[in-house]
Structures are given as C-alpha cells and as structure tokens.
Design a protein around this ligand. Sequence first.
Ligand SMILES: NC(=O)C1=CN([C@@H]2O[C@H](COP(=O)(O)OP(=O)(O)OC[C@H]3O[C@@H](n4cnc5c(N)ncnc54)[C@H](OP(=O)(O)O)[C@@H]3O)[C@@H](O)[C@H]2O)C=CC1
Ligand SMILES: Cc1cn([C@H]2C[C@H](O)[C@@H](COP(=O)(O)OP(=O)(O)O[C@H]3O[C@@H](C)C(=O)[C@@H](O)[C@H]3O)O2)c(=O)[nH]c1=O
Length: 285
Amino acid sequence: MKVLIIGKSGQLANELLTEKPNTIEILCLGRADVDITMYESINKAISDFQPQVIINASAYTAVDKAESDQKSAYSLNQHAVTNLAKSAKQHQVRLLHVSTDFVFDGNNNKAYLVDDTTNPTSVYGASKLAGEQEILTLHPENSAIIRTSWLYSSFGNNFVKTMIKLMQERDELGVVCDQIGCPTYAKGLAQFLWSLTSRDVINQHYHWSDYGVASWYDFAVAIQNTAFNKGLLTKKITIKPIPASSYPTPATRPTFSLLNANESYQIKTSNHWAEQLEQCLTNLV
Ligand SMILES: NC(=O)C1=CN([C@@H]2O[C@H](COP(=O)(O)OP(=O)(O)OC[C@H]3O[C@@H](n4cnc5c(N)ncnc54)[C@H](OP(=O)(O)O)[C@@H]3O)[C@@H](O)[C@H]2O)C=CC1
Ligand SMILES: Cc1cn([C@H]2C[C@H](O)[C@@H](COP(=O)(O)OP(=O)(O)O[C@H]3O[C@@H](C)C(=O)[C@@H](O)[C@H]3O)O2)c(=O)[nH]c1=O
C-alpha cells in the first residue's frame, strides 16, 4: 500500500514515519515539496505517486498567532484541505485528516462524543472546523476526521518541550489549572492512524486521546517530575496553579475539551497519559 503524508516536519508526521508498518510505501511531503494551498500542486503530487491513502498531518497550529493571522490559518486549515479533499475524491484515495478538540466550546461537563455540537472559541478552532466541513462535503465516502487533543512528541514544538525549557530557565512558573483535557502522545495517534489505513470500512469521525484527564497544571507538574527523574532537569522549581484569567492569551481556549474516544479504543488501545509522557521523555533523554 502507498501512503502520502503531508506536513513532513511536524511532530505527527515524524511519529508516523517512526511507526510505519513494513508493508507500507511512504512519500512524505513538506511545504518545500508541495504547495497544498494550490490545487494543481497537490493534485500533481497525488497523480504522480498514486497513493491509496493520504494522511494530512499539516496544519496551521499557532493558536494565539491565528487570532491576528486569520488568512494564513484558513489558507492551510480550510482551503488546503479543500484541495486535498477534491484531489483525493478525483483519484479515489482514502483521506485521513487530523483535527482538534478546539472545535468544541468547552461548555460540556462530560467527554465530547464525535457528533456533539461544535462551537469553536478561537480562529484556530474555527479554521479547523471549516476544514472538517470541506471534507464531509467534498469526499464523504472515503474520508475520516480524527480529532485529537494536547498533542506532544519528542519531535517538533509542543507544551512538553516549552515547559522543560521554562523549567530550566526560571525559578517559578504559573500554569493554568482550570482548563481540562487530555494530553496525547503523537506516537500513539500515529499508530491509530496506521490502523485506519488498512481497515475495509472507516467511520467519518473518530476521537483519539490517551487515557485519563488533566489540567495544564497537572500536566506541567507531571512533566517536571518525570523530566527530573530522567535527568532532563537538574532542579525542581515551584509550579503554581493559576486560573486562565491570570494568563491572558489572544485566543480563548476551551475550559473542558475531553474527548470520548471509546470507539477508537476498540480499534487500538492506549495508556494513561502519564505513562505515555514517561515513554516520550525516555525518547528525549
Ligand atoms: N499540536 C497540538 O497540540 C495538536 C494538534 N492537532 C492537529 O494535529 C495535526 C498535527 O499537528 P502537529 O503535528 O502538532 O503540527 P505541527 O505544527 O508540528 O506541524 C504541522 C506541519 O504543517 C506544515 N505546515 C505548517 N504551515 C504550513 C504552510 N503554510 N504550508 C504548508 N505546510 C505547512 C509544516 O510541515 P512542513 O513545513 O514540512 O510542510 C508543519 O510542520 C494538525 O492537524 C493539528 O491541527 C490536534 C490537536 C492538538
Ligand atoms: C507557556 C504557558 C502556557 N500556559 C497555558 C496557556 C494555555 O492555557 C495552556 C496551553 O498553552 P499552549 O499555548 O502551549 O498550548 P496550545 O497551543 O493552546 O495547545 C493547543 O494546540 C492546538 C494546536 C490544539 O489543537 C490543542 O489541542 C492544544 O494542544 O497553558 C500557562 O498557564 N503557563 C505557561 O507558562
């Protein structure tokens, strides 16, 4: 089977490469190779490689920056997705597209189901939702939208690496304790995506996160303890739980964005997020 991955330098694309099953032939393209905002460019890449599956691991993921750069966010998170969906449909290729917990407004008090009402609170979330809708309109027969949350990896930039850096530089850190979700190791998501490539029939929507629940503060404390135990930090600093109101950001993030991924766990099991974090930091040592 031939699989085309878009978003070469991102954390998910790198984990997809490390987790690649032996039977798969991969072409992984980045923005230096293809301009997915131009239909002709992505259509040519698909025409040339003739994949059976495309995994879109590219996105505009700078949540705060998106508030003042809507054009770029929509260009990649909606218009490029339109191009991918159109070309995938034309070539009868399965499209696996990754989306986010930030499509929800966070007012739920139980984990979000795939068909719960979406209502993004940020430009990033709204642009990702627009991308989801393009896929369901243009190529509903053979596409899946896989929403995930709080993704991190030993590759690329993410909350785990930001925290370790700040913990090396500072004596004290305030971290938001009233936004709840679930950290997700991109390696597990990559394995789940590989499972979907070979299934005869796929759903239109999946949720994927690691097991459990956390606030950003809980996550930061676990990052410090785990990184310290592994020798990635030489000292521990004070981490204070703070309300989101004390950490103003351009984008409004959901207060509660836990995803109900029980259906996905029938396909592939995961682990508690703290065990996954331990695994990731082992790979960082
Ligand atoms: N990060 C997170 O916390 C979460 C992410 N997600 C979703 O998961 C998916 C993967 O995210 P993640 O691996 O973190 O993303 P990254 O930000 O690590 O990587 C995204 C990649 O997209 C490509 N890209 C960025 N801008 C452009 C552009 N203007 N033109 C073309 N390509 C561009 C880049 O690859 P290259 O330069 O090689 O083209 C970049 O490395 C995305 O759909 C994201 O929305 C969902 C929930 C949480
Ligand atoms: C750096 C820092 C952040 N925070 C807070 C801000 C915010 O509420 C929370 C997370 O901040 P970040 O900006 O690192 O994470 P953010 O980029 O908002 O993470 C999101 O990225 C997109 C791509 C997604 O799809 C989401 O699932 C989610 O992972 O932590 C602190 O409280 N203290 C700090 O020192």
